[in-house]
Every structure is written in structure tokens, then in C-alpha cells.
Design a protein around this ligand. Structure first.
Ligand code: ADP
Ligand code: GLC
Length: 487
């Protein structure tokens, strides 16, 4: 089977969040299992020069969309057993950062058309094009409309994965009509129209052959009004084609035994882990002590991640003997709040605003606990990385957090973390306090930390689940191919 991943970010080239981790690690896991999986993404300015210089130009052509004709270069390189293609157009992608520009609609519609054209030059015929989030939602749409009879895409099926239903790529209908060269008939309720706007995500949700999302619980949640972001009825309508597959992490890339960002490598030794904690405290100017419990947070600073709960309880929790280390970037209100807290409590709070992979790894390793009280969480990779680094997650029971973290039970000794149900600041605070109390019980703490070691959080299980989704679609394709023979 040939699978083409179309994505707006992928490790090791460009990353803003968990999507990049998935689009890097899942193809690697699939390739290891003999499924030829390749990845295509835009050639951003952000891609480190040491990596972009390894790409060779394999083709260049013109991409026509709406009335536009734009240059497109296609580059190719292999990293760690996976072939990556880059779509090159400096006008659209030679900019700082990945998203957040006024012309994002045009940039990513161009990307989708460019992928449709690029396949002619790849010497690789995808059986499945696997698209991720709104930036690639237009691909399943094009496959079922403009490119339906195109030999370059003959028999190709599409899978669309929802990593986060909140970000939908909503733009004015006139703009999308102009970019897609499409008419009114493509902007009806059963196509791209969404409450008076045009939706790129609906391109995936309506037109893809299969839909997946990144945990079983989130697959259920998004079919309800509360989590459904006004798409729940469509998702209920497509529930027969929707499956939740929990993410894994790349256990080679995230390995405390083999991580150059860490001071002291470790696997199961709490005392070696705590040496990393003291190093982290030293680096961030906090009092150095193995005994003070340290709570880490590495996150986008957005409402989704539960920062309202964190803010509401911060001062009260700081009455305890505890330290907080926070790394993140995002909404100004949360950045200000955190900077302010660090200013007033320099001996208890260290905050680093920005994106920093090395510091993130040092926080995962140096923390005793990892806080992630998300309002909603499609899957969450941070709690999985925390578990891999023997750091105990404190989470709200939603989406993938519910599927991967089990609350510690004092009576049975089971559970790899702490959790609470309602999105309520005091429930969160009570749960943190309970974790802090158990931290002082050495035996119980050891048990919780080691329970985190029992589950396999790598891609082993979930890669198989994706292969089964692809195989079902490919089998369907074979039926279609053999149809005239049966006649
Ligand atoms: P989301 O994709 O919603 O942001 P995930 O938990 O799925 O959440 O994935 C977040 C990924 O991004 C993790 O690998 C996490 O370590 C990383 N990350 C988030 N913020 C930062 C940051 N400021 N610096 C470095 N890495 C970060
Ligand atoms: C999104 C979600 C996160 C998930 C990630 C990768 O960014 O917010 O929960 O882990 O995608 O699937």
C-alpha cells in the first residue's frame, strides 16, 4: 500500500504542536511495518537550513487555481526511513512562522492544489491520501470533484484526521469560490457552506472516504453539542465512517535514556531523574532541592489547555511547598499572567515564554508532575511524553487524556496519574493537592511513577489500527477494479 500524508507540519521539519509529532512519527511507524508512507508539506522558511539543504528539486510546474497561475517547486529528501516532499513557493511560504497570515486561505488552498498536481511528478501513486486538519481539508474535496477522473489519482481514497475540531479554516464564501474556481453549488449545507461562511474543514468532513480522530473518547465527544463546534450533526451523520485512534509517541525521539538535552540519562531510577530536576532548578534560578515537588507545564497558552483553571488557583497553590515551571507561548492574557506570577514568586515560579524544544525536554525530565487540566483535548501528546519521562500527569478527564491517564487508586495501587471530571478550578486544585500529599509518601509515589511504565505509549498499537483503516479502503478499491471482470 502507498500512503501519502498531506500535512501543514511534520517533525523534524516544522512544528507548532502535536500534529507535527504525529505526522513525523506515524509515517515512520508505518514504513517500519512495510507500508510505503511519504509526507508532503510546505517549504517554510522555518525549516532548519541543515535539513532543507538535503532536499533535491525533482520538478517544477505551474499550479492553476481560480484565475491564478503560480509557480511550484517539488523537492524530495529522506529522513530516518521516510520520504518527505516539500511544496516550494516563496511568495506563500517564505515567511516567519507557519500560520496566522491574512492570506492563509490562499496559502493553504494553493498547497492543496499543489499536492494534487505534485503527484504527477512523484513516481509514487498513492492508494490513500491521508489529510490532517483544515489546512488539507480541500484535498478530499478536490479528489471527489475536479480530480475525480484524473488518472494521476485513479482509485485513490482519502482519509481525513481531525486533530482539533476547533480550528476549522473558515473564510468568506466569495473568497473560497474565487480560490477554488467553484460555483454556488459547492457552497450548500451538504458541501462547504458553514453558517454563512465557507469551511475548509468541511472539505475533509464531507468528502473524505474515512474520518478519524485522535482518541476514542474525542470521537464520541465531537458527536455531542458541547464538543461538536457546531459540526456535531454532520459527525453523527458520518459516524459509520468515523473512528477514534489514540496517538502514540516516537519512543526513540522521546527517550530519557538517550536524550542529549538532559544532564543525566535515566530510565527507571527516580534518583537519577531528580538530578535532572536540580539542573532544571539551577538553570531557571529556582532554589535547588530534590524534595520540593516540581510541577511542569509545556503548552500552547490557549484556553483549551485549561489556563483559566491554572490562573484561578495559582496563588492559592503557591501557599504550598511547591515549584512551578511553565514553558509556552500563545494568548497575551496568559503570557502576562504567568510572567507576573514569576515576578512576584521568583523562588517558586519560573516561566519561559516561547517555543524551545530543548527546554521542553528538560522540563519533562525535571518535573515530578505535569499539569494539563484541559477544557477539551483531542488526544494530547504532552501527557504521553510526561509518562515516558516518568513524570506523573495531572489531567482533566476529557478526550485522549481520559484514554491515557488512569487516576491513582490508593486502595488497589493502580493508576498512572491524577484526574478530575468537571471543568472546575477547585476540583483541579483539590487534585493537585492530593498529588502533592502523595508525593510525600515515598512508597505510593514510586508505585504511581512505575505504573506509568506499564503501558506502551509508542505507535505499536495505533499504527496497526491505521493500517486496518487503509486496508478496508484499499479492499474496497480492489472490488471496484475487479468489477468489469466479474461482469
Ligand atoms: P497541541 O497539539 O494541542 O498543542 P499536544 O499535547 O498534542 O498539544 O502536543 C504539543 C506538542 O508540542 C508536544 O510535543 C509539546 O511538548 C510541544 N510543545 C508545546 N508547546 C511547546 C513549547 N512552548 N516549546 C516546545 N515544545 C512545545
Ligand atoms: C491537536 C490536539 C492535540 C493532539 C494533537 C495531535 O493539536 O489539540 O490534543 O494531541 O492535535 O493529534
Amino acid at each position: 500500500m502507498n500512503i501519502l500524508f498531506a500535512t501543514s507540519e511534520a517533525v523534524p521539519l516544522a512544528k507548532t504542536g502535536g500534529l507535527a509529532d504525529v505526522a513525523g512519527a506515524l509515517p515512520k511507524a508505518l514504513n517500519k511495518r512495510g507500508v510505503d508512507t511519504r509526507v508532503v508539506l510546505p517549504k517554510y522558511e522555518e525549516i532548519p537550513a541543515a535539513l532543507s539543504s538535503q532536499f533535491e528539486l525533482i520538478a517544477h510546474f505551474t499550479v492553476s487555481f481560480g484565475w491564478r497561475n503560480q509557480y511550484c517547486g517539488l523537492l524530495k529528501a529522506e529522513f530516518d526511513g521516510t520520504i518527505y516532499y516539500l511544496i516550494d513557493n516563496e511568495f506563500y511560504f517564505k515567511r516567519k512562522g507557519l500560520y496566522g497570515y491574512g492570506d492563509d486561505a490562499e496559502r493553504f488552498v494553493f498547497f492543496c492544489f499543489a499536492v494534487m498536481e505534485a503527484v504527477r511528478y512523484m513516481e509514487f501513486h498513492p492508494d490513500i491520501v491521508h489529510c490532517h486538519d483544515w489546512q488539507t481539508g480541500i484535498i478530499p474535496f478536490l479528489l471527489k470533484t475536479r480530480y475525480y477522473h484524473d488518472p494521476a489519482w485513479a482509485y485513490t481514497k482519502s482519509v481525513f484526521t481531525i486533530h482539533n475540531l476547533k480550528y476549522q479554516g473558515l473564510f468568506g464564501i466569495d473568497l473560497l469560490k474565487d480560490l477554488l474556481g467553484a460555483g454556488d453549488d459547492m457552497f450548500l449545507t451538504d458541501s462547504l457552506e458553514f453558517h454563512g461562511a465557507g469551511s475548509c474543514m468541511k472539505g475533509g468532513l464531507v468528502y473524505a472516504d474515512k474520518l478519524t480522530t485522535v482518541s476514542g473518547t474525542y470521537a464520541q465527544e465531537i458527536q455531542t453539542e458541547y464538543f461538536g463546534e457546531r459540526l456535531d450533526s454532520l459527525l453523527r451523520y458520518r459516524s459509520g465512517d468515523l473512528i477514534g485512534i489514540v496517538n502514540g509517541i516516537d519512543d526513540e525521539l522521546f527517550d530519557p535514556m538517550n536524550d542529549s538535552a538532559l544532564e543525566v540519562p535515566y530510565r527507571n531510577s527516580i534518583s537519577r531523574k531528580r538530578k535532572n530536576k536540580v539542573e532544571l532548578q539551577r538553570e531557571l534560578g529556582l532554589p535547588q532541592s530534590e524534595e520540593i515537588p516540581l510541577i511542569g507545564i509545556v503548552s500552547r497558552l490557549v484556553e483549551q489547555k485549561g489556563f483559566d483553571l491554572i490562573a484561578a488557583t495559582f496563588e492559592e497553590l503557591l501557599q504550598e511547598d511547591v515549584q512551578f515551571v511553565v514553558l509556552g507561548a500563545g494568548e497575551g492574557r496568559y503570557e502576562h499572567f504567568l510572567n507576573d506570577a514569576a515576578y512576584h514568586h521568583p523562588d517558586k515560579v519560573a516561566v519561559w515564554i516561547g517555543y524551545d524544544d530543548r527546554l521542553a525536554r528538560r522540563i519533562y525530565a525535571g518535573s515530578d508532575m505535569f499539569a494539563m487540566p484541559s477544557q477539551f483535548e483531542p488526544c494530547g501528546l504532552s501527557q504521553l511524553i510526561a509518562l515516558r519521562y516518568r513524570t506523573v500527569p495531572i489531567v482533566r478527564e476529557t478526550g485522549g487524556l481520559k484514554d491515557t491517564v488512569q487516576a491513582y487508586n490508593e486502595y488497589t495501587g493502580e493508576g498512572n496519574g491524577f484526574s478530575f471530571t468537571n471543568y472546575n478550578a477547585h476540583d483541579y486544585m483539590y487534585t493537585v493537592r492530593r498529588a502533592l500529599a502523595l508525593f510525600r509518601n515515598e512508597e505510593a509515589w514510586k508505585q504511581i511513577v512505575f505504573n506509568g511504565n506499564k503501558e506502551d505509549y509508542s505507535w505499536n498499537r495505533s499504527a496497526k489500527a491505521y493500517i486496518s483503516v487503509y486496508s478496508q479502503l484499499a479492499a474496497h478499491r480492489k472490488e471496484k477494479e475487479s468489477w468489469p471482470v466479474i461482469l
